[in-house]
Design a protein around this ligand. Structure first.
Ligand SMILES: Cc1cc2nc3c(=O)[nH]c(=O)nc-3n(C[C@H](O)[C@H](O)[C@H](O)COP(=O)(O)O)c2cc1C
Length: 191
């Protein structure tokens, strides 16, 4: 079984999705293997800009400016540890290819084999700084459906989705904080 056998059906599934999705191989530097059109329209990066690269490129603006993402990065690092949690969900400041900042509500989940080996990392991105509570709730429902829809595609490839989506209970507060972060970014720095 090659990784292409798994990535082919996933590509179609990704393209049919209404939310931004990305898939990285768990080995090496977690280079991206697949992104969908929602990801490219959200970030402004074309597939060929990002496939084969680590998604941390979104954390730097075209002018080389980085936001302080210390808390978010700590949670991501904890998630990436072999004994870390199955999923992570955190807001993180990212920049579109054109330099425009946004607060990305990043969700990641480990795809594991029955023996417990992590083979892929699945992720979804959502601009939580330009939204409202109903849109975030609708996104959460889509993401939940996506995770359920992913499982049948992975069966037969000895890969399972690990963990479930913890929905945002206080979506209004998360959105308000993201809008505040974005306003600060927009007033303080030319990107
Ligand atoms: C599949 C996948 C998707 C990711 N998507 C994003 C993203 O959209 N934005 C982001 O800032 N980081 C994203 N990350 C996290 C970074 O790629 C990286 O893991 C993180 O910055 C921690 O590693 P570092 O400290 O070596 O950069 C993603 C990671 C993976 C594996």
């Amino acid at each position: 079984m090659t990784s292409a056998d798994l990535e082919r059906p996933l590509r179609e599934f990704f393209q049919n999705s209404r939310i931004a999705l990305a898939l990285a191989r768990a080995d090496g530097d977690n280079e991206l293997a697949l992104v969908n059109t929602r990801f490219t329209s959200l970030t402004g990066y074309a597939e060929e800009d990002v496939v084969g690269r680590n998604c941390r490129l979104l954390q730097e603006s075209a002018k080389g400016i980085r936001a302080d993402n210390a808390v978010a990065k700590d949670s991501i690092h904890e998630f990436l540890r072999p004994d870390g949690p199955a999923t992570v969900r955190t807001p993180i400041v990212n920049f579109r290819k054109d330099g425009a900042p946004f607060v990305n509500l990043l969700f990641m989940s480990k795809l594991k084999s029955a023996s417990g080996k992590v083979s892929y990392i699945f992720a979804s991105q959502f601009d939580v700084s330009r939204t409202h509570a109903e849109m975030l709730n609708a996104y959460d429902q889509q993401l939940s459906r996506t995770l359920k829809g992913l499982q049948p595609l992975l069966e037969g490839h000895d890969v399972m989705v690990n963990g479930t989506l913890s929905t945002i209970a206080n979506s209004t507060a998360v959105i308000a904080q993201a809008k505040l972060t974005l306003a600060e970014l927009e007033t303080n720095a030319p990107y």
